[in-house]
Design a protein around this ligand. Structure first.
Ligand SMILES: Cc1ncc(COP(=O)(O)O)c(C=O)c1O
Length: 426
């Protein structure tokens, strides 16, 4: 465009990207859906594959020039089957949401009934009418919720499934503290002829590391997920199943391509495959350390005087904890998140049971998967909890606390649980 310095605009993008790296590198990133990639994954995602196309499956392509990528994707499929202990894996999806759209396409027809966790109880927007469920034209019914246990009320949810007779029972959520009572719900769903879909976006790394639940053995016909949350790869998704029915495999593959993707970001797939290889080597240790840290962080926050949800269940069995900072719909979560950001602690506000306003919730959802990946352990969890208390309970000036946040983070600049540990925030 004439009249603008477009080179300066382009440079400003690079400068902002660098500033973002510094911001996260000096701070404490605790958004439960994020992670950092390893140096080897970074090399793969920055490779020539960025510009390439490979529609179809390895060996059956619409484009020439795919032989090298075929080797990568074939290795990735076999690694994903072994990491997730599954008979089928499609690693092409460009995000968890795209995996969900594809699974809904494969498993339902417009007008079908679906049961899922409501967004107010922690379900993801793709499980809602405003998201993928609405896009597929499904008739949504949400499970009764047990606020003390922070999971579907298992007896009421099973009765609901038996009465409703949905075509698909979807479980899993974004606020995911404890394993879903899946076996019981899957039994009820299968009794009425429904398929079961488990959205493991958040907890995929914990599942693959054997630290959460085993959805494919507990009755899920399909598991979807993101490749960049507790599974520490580049942004993308997975579609996994333990079915040995090849017709079903074809249905799942064609829901990804041509159903919902054309180009599927080959550089990210290559990064995913490196991440799968690293996970096969280090994933069990990483998943175990995340859960140990999350439990320790929940305990440390409670000891500092915070209201941490699910105290009776040990606060969490995943990478997340939930804290309450004021009354229902008070917006206290939003205010806390802002003060913490001023102190260099990056979190997100979250609705808690009873809240009805998404933009004025009373809580925070906090994840420890990234702090764990840069080498923090139980002792650091106590220090981090104390930093929260200084900002939110002792009302210290956030800019003062920020100095101690950076001092702590200075010692944690290396990505661990990977083949070539290196800079976390290059
Ligand atoms: C339960 C759940 N499903 C799906 C997604 C979407 O994943 P993505 O952001 O990779 O599209 C999320 C995102 O946080 C999620 O929490």
């Amino acid at each position: 465009m004439v009249g603008y310095d477009n080179k300066a605009r382009a440079e400003s993008v690079l400068a902002a990207a660098e500033a973002s790296g510094e911001h996260y590198g000096n701070g404490l990133p605790m958004i439960a859906s994020e992670n950092i990639i390893s140096p080897m994954v970074r090399k793969a995602t920055n490779s020539d594959l960025h510009g390439r196309y490979a529609e179809g499956l390895p060996g059956k392509r619409y484009y020439q020039g795919c032989d090298d990528f075929d080797d990568i994707e074939s290795l990735g499929i076999s690694l994903a089957k072994s990491v997730f202990n599954a008979n089928f894996a499609n690693i092409q999806s460009t995000s968890g949401t795209v995996s969900n759209i594809a699974a809904l396409k494969a498993l339902t027809k417009p007008g079908d009934k679906i049961s899922a966790v409501s967004t107010a109880d922690g379900g993801h927007i793709s499980h809602a009418r405003m998201g993928a469920v609405g896009l597929r034209g499904l008739d949504l019914h949400t499970y009764p919720w047990d606020e003390d246990r922070m999971e579907p009320d298992v007896d009421a949810a099973c009765s609901m499934i038996r009465d409703l007779e949905p075509q698909l029972a979807l479980v899993g959520q974004s606020v995911f503290l404890f394993p879903t009572p899946l076996q019981e719900m899957a039994d009820a769903a299968h009794e009425v002829g429904a398929r079961v879909m488990y959205d493991g976006a958040h907890v995929l790394g914990l599942i693959a590391g054997g630290q959460f639940q085993d959805p494919l053995r507990e009755g899920a016909d399909v598991m979807t997920g993101s490749s960049h949350k507790t599974f520490p790869g580049p942004q993308g998704g997975f579609l996994i199943s333990d079915s040995d029915d090849e017709k079903f495999h074809r249905r799942l593959n064609s829901a990804i391509f041509p159903g919902t993707n054309s180009s599927y970001h080959l550089h990210h797939v290559a990064g995913k495959v490196v991440a799968l290889a690293e996970f096969a080597e280090f994933g069990v240790d990483y998943a175990r350390d995340i859960v140990v840290n999350a439990k320790a962080f929940g305990g440390a926050m409670a000891a500092e005087g915070f209201d941490v949800l699910a105290e009776g269940r040990g606060y969490t069995a995943s990478h997340q904890i939930l804290t309450r900072h004021g009354g229902q719909d008070s917006g206290a979560g939003a205010k806390a998140a802002k003060l913490l950001e001023d102190a260099g602690i990056i979190t997100n506000m979250n609705m808690l049971p009873g809240d009805t306003k998404a933009m004025a919730p009373s809580g925070l959802r906090l994840g420890v998967q990234e702090l764990t990946r840069v080498g923090m352990g139980v002792e650091e969890m106590k220090i981090v909890a104390n930093l929260y208390a200084r900002v939110l309970l002792k009302h210290e000036e956030p800019s003062e606390v920020k100095k101690d946040v950076s001092l702590l983070k200075e010692k944690h600049q290396t990505v661990h649980y990977c083949f070539e540990p290196g800079p976390a925030y290059p």
